[in-house]
Design a protein around this ligand. Structure first.
Ligand SMILES: Cc1cc2nc3c(=O)[nH]c(=O)nc-3n(C[C@H](O)[C@H](O)[C@H](O)COP(=O)(O)OP(=O)(O)OC[C@H]3O[C@@H](n4cnc5c(N)ncnc54)[C@H](O)[C@@H]3O)c2cc1C
Length: 410
């Protein structure tokens, strides 16, 4: 550890000012607890990430008043959604508890950071946690910044420092799971309005091929997802789209930056046809991981968000991670105000690790439903028809009997 005297005590130090670290800081501030948030990056990242929130956290943000006065931002029951490649019709559900809050992750982080700063949170950009020691009564956190190194004396440390978490590595916590076999190429491209025919839920290509918007379009070679950026970000040009292809990984390595030509070639391989794209932005390739930390807590140090779990299907990461933050904040607040003993913090591991396991299971099921190949295609067809039937058990029994079943249309 650094030789100089540690800076005066702060109840909680948070490593990482992503959505999870900022949410934790806001929740603790609301409970009257001071925090210091260390963020390695000098500026918030402009890279587009999440497209919105799905699940309980959407309602939580609404109840915290974070959406008040924010034009176009409100959480509402999803009329439809998808589970892997299976479309879910949620409109008929009474009540329909699945809430969604579409918004770019950058805007979410901006809202949380503004709330955190307004409630007195000390956010230090360009300051990275580089080491720490939990002596049983406090955690000494070593920090590196352009101005030099220093040590913070903290009651607790929360590692909200993302999928490659330094805090998790430093604690030696295992991160077991799987790495996917598909290469996902993703980014923003322009598709000129004159080159396609766009309807509410689809685009049609000159050759007549039809691509559903907002969901994976599967072909023998992989899949292609297309979504207009303006649905999430009203100010975005109408011709700007998020595109994502998925193809077998082979010997390719994921890359932080790929060319427009690589994206275009991937689209052509997947579709067997050309989609006219230009002006690529944020083009990159990635491989999905599905992993869960073996421990969420050791002593006075905790993991939350991507530091604790990464999922292979979209939609659940922010919900699970930000709910980790909500849960951890309430437990830390209770221990810090003396209403609960220190040992109750172990319940954070018990409760949130179980939530992570559940999310891991359902996202793996979604990945299996979205996979390429004849087995996954058969799974999509059979389960899709079973869901549409009045009685899924009878439908599956009919398949086993071998009698052609009369299928209901979606
Ligand atoms: C293309 C893409 C699309 C996605 N879409 C969705 C979606 O639609 N819905 C959804 O729920 N999720 C989505 N996700 C996942 C979502 O973006 C992540 O789950 C989310 O960012 C996790 O938040 P976090 O705060 O845990 O970690 P991060 O956002 O990774 O933040 C961690 C922060 O910690 C900082 N840091 C790292 N190390 C240190 C250190 N040693 N000291 C100080 N700071 C440090 C980093 O700079 C970073 O700012 C998507 C992800 C990607 C890449």
């Amino acid at each position: 550890m650094a030789a100089e005297r540690p800076q005066a005590g702060v109840p909680v130090v948070i490593a990482g000012a992503g959505p999870v670290g900022l949410m934790l800081a806001c929740e603790l501030a609301a409970a009257g607890i001071a925090t210091t948030v260390l963020e390695r990056a000098l500026e918030p990242s402009a890279m587009p990430k999440g497209n919105g929130l799905v699940g309980e956290i959407a309602g939580v943000l609404s109840r915290r008043g974070l959406l008040r006065g924010q034009k176009g931002l409100h959480a509402f029951p999803a009329p439809r959604y998808s589970f892997g490649a299976l479309p879910l019709r949620l409109n008929p559900l009474r009540p329909n508890a699945l809430r969604i809050l579409p918004m770019p992750q950058r805007r979410l982080e901006g809202l949380l950071e503004a709330r955190a700063r307004a409630t007195g949170v000390d956010i230090r950009r360009g300051h990275a946690a580089t080491a720490f020691k939990d002596d049983g009564g406090r955690v000494l956190v070593e920090v590196a910044s352009a101005a030099g190194r220093y040590t913070l004396d903290a009651g607790f440390l929360a590692g909200c420092d993302g999928a490659h978490s330094f805090v998790r590595h430093h604690l030696g916590i295992d991160f077991p799971g799987t790495t996917g076999s598909q290469l996902v190429r993703i980014g923003h491209v322009t598709i000129p309005a004159g080159a396609i025919h766009r309807t509410r839920n689809a685009i049609e290509l000159p050759g007549g091929a039809r691509l559903a918007l907002f969901q994976a379009n599967h072909t023998a070679a992989g899949s292609l997802t297309v979504a207009p950026v303006s649905v999430l970000d009203r100010g975005a040009p109408k011709e700007l789209y998020i595109v994502a292809t998925q193809e077998p990984l082979g010997t390719q390595e994921p890359a932080a930056q790929i060319s427009l030509e690589e994206m275009e070639a991937s689209i052509r391989r997947v579709l067997g046809a050309r989609l006219p794209v230009s002006g690529g932005q944020w083009l990159r390739s990635t491989v999905a991981n599905s992993r869960l930390a073996a421990r969420y807590r050791i002593g006075r140090v905790f993991l939350a968000g991507d530091a604790a779990h990464v999922f292979s299907a979209g939609g659940s990461s922010l919900n699970t991670g930000m709910l980790d933050a909500v849960d951890l904040a309430s437990r830390l607040a209770a221990v810090l105000d003396g209403s609960e003993p220190l040992e109750t913090l172990e319940d954070y591991h018990t409760v949130r690790h179980a939530a992570g396991e559940l999310a891991l299971r359902q996202t793996r099921a979604q990945s299996a439903l979205s996979a390429p190949g004849p087995e996954a295609e058969a799974l999509r067809q059979v389960l899709g028809a079973a869901f549409r039937s009045r009685n899924p058990h009878r439908y599956l029994a009919t398949l086993l009997i071998g009698k052609p079943a009369r299928e209901r249309r979606a």
